[in-house]
Design a protein around this ligand. Structure first.
Ligand code: PFF
Ligand code: NA
Length: 452
């Protein structure tokens, strides 16, 4: 059977960007930047982007392109019994898929609430007690299924399933071509309104004001590298699967640069949006900005709803924000599921329709664990493990295996041959020495901190 192919170069880039841009860009990046030195965070972040993000993306694109397989097959074709590494990555992708979809489900619910701000004035109590049912007075026990969460999650699975089932070109590519331009337009519309609000500039000053004392802190570097790998969807079989559908003639270097730069540019844009809103909120409530910033889940589902209550035209800006979150999340979820599905198609020779049905069906059932009262607890746990251990070790193993067992100069020759512009020797230095050294130190630090 002939391998499926992307219909166009733009289609591939939009799909890769769709994978990269996700929940992580909207609620993770702004807070990470703020926490880790504000403007000073951009130095480690850009360093990680150039020294690890871009080389890693080029490497994964070239693997998929040359070896024409999802991660397990691609690694198997390298010889040296490496198929397990592909399955390890697919396994982690599957874990990410089931908790990531829970957050998309919440965002779908909140999209619904946002039209009338039905979260009320106490958005904290609403999210934790009413929505997640975590309050002390919550009648249900830890394991009970919350249908109002399960239903939007099922909807998210349905959309992902439709895209995967339909195929690379007709499903994933078509979805990306609709979703990504829509996402960009929505974010531009939001920013266009938000930056003119009183106090917005104070928020931006806060985000971009560098705290250089943090730049020597190892934690800040660890955060920057962790964020780069997470945000670029590398190390988890995703970009290998996507690039395995590239046509013979493909400009790998250019595609990789575009994907990375669009993603990181989007992150900074999202930072402007979030901190513009937070600055406005601080001014409205006459509070210092430090009192209104919050992290991750709390940022999107407690702070932003509270800010939407204060915004002009809340019934427009609110839905725009949550629809953006849903779209960003879904396009990433599709890519994570494709990484799993394509691996199964390669291995078992199943039809795409069968593999998509089994993967999404099983995924849906497993993800229901996150629609129980214990969901948030479990999510925090899994998220911590993924970000601090699994992601970094998977990337490190991949680097060590590829860079030390194989000639990385061959990879460079390969991509330079088919690309319009060539990458220099720095690529080899980054892949062989710099990135593995950085990853090893960060991983060791995280492990020590975890078990301390
Ligand atoms: N890159 C996406 C984000 O930043 O949200 C989604 C993602 C895909 C995260 C794959 C992690 C991952 F392993
Ligand atoms: Na996405």
């Amino acid at each position: 059977m002939k391998r499926e192919q992307w219909g166009s170069r733009a289609g591939f880039i939009l799909a890769a960007v769709g994978s990269a841009i996700g929940l992580g860009n909207i609620w993770r990046f702004p807070y990470m930047a703020y926490e880790n030195g504000g403007g000073a965070f951009f130095i480690p972040y850009l360093f990680a982007m150039i020294s690890a993000g871009i080389p890693f993306m080029i490497m994964e694109f070239s693997l998929g392109h040359k070896l024409r397989g999802a991660a397990p097959r691609a690694f198997a074709k390298m010889g040296g019994k490496l198929e397990w590494l592909g399955w390890f990555q697919v396994f982690i992708a599957a874990i990410i898929a089931v908790y990531y979809v829970a957050i998309i489900g919440w965002a779908i619910s909140y999209l619904g609430y946002s039209f009338g701000q039905s979260w009320g004035s106490d958005t904290n109590a609403f999210f934790f007690s009413e929505y997640l049912q975590l309050g002390e007075n919550s009648p249900s026990s830890l394991g009970s299924l919350q249908l109002h969460i399960a239903i939007p999650m099922a909807l998210a699975w349905g959309i992902t399933f439709a895209a995967i089932y339909t195929g690379v070109k007709g499903g994933i590519e078509r979805a990306s071509k609709i979703m990504m331009p829509l996402l960009f337009l929505m974010v531009i519309a939001l920013i266009g309104r938000v930056v003119f609000l009183p106090g917005a500039m104070d928020g931006l000053n806060y985000l971009f004001q560098p705290d250089f004392s943090k730049i020597l802190d190892a934690k800040v570097w660890s955060a920057a590298y962790g964020q780069i790998f997470f945000t670029l969807s590398v190390g988890f079989a995703i970009m290998i699967a996507y690039s395995s559908y590239l046509p013979e003639k493909s400009d790998i270097n250019n595609n990789a640069f575009m994907t990375v730069l669009i993603n990181c540019g989007f992150s900074i844009t999202a930072g402007v949006l979030i901190f513009g809103v937070l600055g406005y909120m601080a001014q409205e409530q006459a509070k210092p900005l430090t009192d209104v910033v919050s992290a991750g889940v709390g940022l999107a589902f407690v702070t932003i709803p509270a800010a939407i209550n204060l915004l002009p035209l809340p019934f427009i800006l609110g839905p725009l924000f949550f629809l953006a979150l849903v779209v960003a999340g879904l396009s990433s979820h599709i890519s994570i599921i494709e990484a799993v599905t394509s691996a199964i198609i390669d291995k078992l020779n199943w039809s795409r329709k069968k593999a998509a049905s089994v993967v999404c069906g099983t995924g849906f059932v497993v993800s229901l664990a996150f629609a129980t009262n214990g969901g948030l607890l479990l999510l925090d746990l899994v998220d911590y493990f993924i970000n601090n251990v699994a992601l970094l070790s998977s990337c490190l193993i991949e680097l060590v295996v590829i860079a030390w067992l194989f000639k990385i100069s061959d990879v460079r020759d390969y991509v330079n041959n088919i690309s319009e512009f060539s990458i220099g020797k720095w690529f080899e230095v980054c892949i062989r020495f710099l990135s593995p050294a950085m990853l090893a130190v960060i991983l060791a630090t995280n492990l020590i901190n975890t078990f301390k």
